[in-house]
Design a protein around this ligand. Structure first.
Ligand SMILES: [Fe+2]
Length: 341
């Protein structure tokens, strides 16, 4: 049964109303605004019937105090007004009352108004909880979609890894190094996820390069090198089909561009090269130098450092080269490298 608090300084009136409601509701009485506040701070109510004219604290003041109680910001309040005065009625509604009832109270009018208001609030609350439920469901679905697309990215990046015998884990390491450079540069978490994805997929175009070339232990001849150089364009062609993530192809497309414009496939120069591709360019070169290859052992850290310094402003964006150099200098035991075994 719904609980109704009747607030009136006139005890006879309060009791009369209490009786009118007794059949369908549990009602409680308060003889002043202060008592009503005390009651509502302790007990629950579904609706308040509030007399406008009361000594000390009138109905308007009492309503303001009720709204200050946590959780009662929306509690339905019906004013009881003795005056046949539209100004008072307007004031009641402006003060945030759900409605008003004129005295002398007609029992049927009272019951109908109370039941309508309670019904309305119940519907509103149901609607709010339904909206919350649906929002929750959408959020869960978004999480699953995000996880799924990340898993697809990992799966795709693993297919390149499987093809290339000698660079085991290259895409993952390049993604991690790129992410660390970007983090130090000040990227947001969301942007770092983008760097990770782009890094993981940067060599996806190698899928389109013959295995014999990818796994060749000796130096590539001119024709083979020309085929190898196609992997950025092939990768871009594959990833550009994922239109829901517009920038996903950036890393694959331009990670072999050089800061001085002498790279490939488009010979972009300086800031013409998208920022993430410039970051991946440094990370990619670092991993290539610090990984064991069939034709050479892992380079010494000094040698790697020297190569990055030499490429600063020519091969690499100086800003990202400097961050990489800082990472190298902090890596005293040369742990930051691949294929250590
Ligand atoms: Fe590459």
């Amino acid at each position: 049964m719904e609980r109704i608090l009747v607030v009136d300084d006139d005890a006879v009136m309060a009791r009369t109303i209490h009786k009118m409601l007794a059949q369908s509701y549990s009602s409680f009485m308060a003889g002043s605004g202060k008592d009503a506040i005390k009651y509502l701070e302790k007990y629950e109510a579904d609706l308040v019937l509030l007399d406008v004219n009361m000594p000390e604290m009138d109905g308007f003041e009492t309503l303001l105090k009720i709204r200050e109680i946590r959780g009662l910001e929306d509690l339905p309040v019906l004013f009881l007004t003795a005056e046949d005065n539209s100004n008072i009625e307007i004031k009641c509604l402006q003060a945030g009352a759900s409605d008003f009832i004129r005295k002398p109270v007609v029992p049927e009018v009272l019951r109908l108004r109370v039941s309508h208001i309670l019904e309305l609030y119940k519907l509103r609350n149901n609607l709010a909880s339904e909206v919350e439920k649906q929002t929750d469901k959408i959020r869960r679905q978004q999480d699953i979609m995000r996880l799924m697309s990340m898993q697809m990215v990992y799966a795709l990046s693993d297919t390149i890894e499987a093809k290339d015998k000698y660079t085991n884990g290259h895409s993952h390491r390049v993604a991690e190094y790129s992410k660390e450079i970007a983090r130090r540069f000040g990227y947001s978490d969301e942007k770092l996820d983008e760097v990770m994805t782009t890094g993981l997929l940067h060599d996806v175009g190698k899928i389109g390069v013959p295995d014999t070339i990818i796994n060749k232990t000796g130096k590539l001849d001119d024709d083979e090198y020309a085929l190898m150089k196609k992997h950025p364009a092939i990768g871009a062609g594959i990833l550009e089909k994922i239109t829901t993530v517009p920038d996903i192809a950036i890393g694959a497309h331009w990670h072999h561009e050089r800061y001085d414009g002498k790279g490939y496939p488009d010979g972009l120069k300086g800031e013409e090269i998208p920022e993430i591709a410039r970051i991946i360019g440094v990370a990619d070169a670092y991993d290539a130098m610090t990984s064991r290859r069939s034709y050479r052992d892992v380079m010494s850290q000094e040698k790697v450092r020297e190569q990055i310094v030499n490429g600063r402003g020519t091969q690499f964006d100086p800003v990202f080269a400097d961050i990489m150099l800082k990472m190298i200098d902090e890596d005293k035991e040369y742990k930051l490298r691949g294929n250590i075994s």
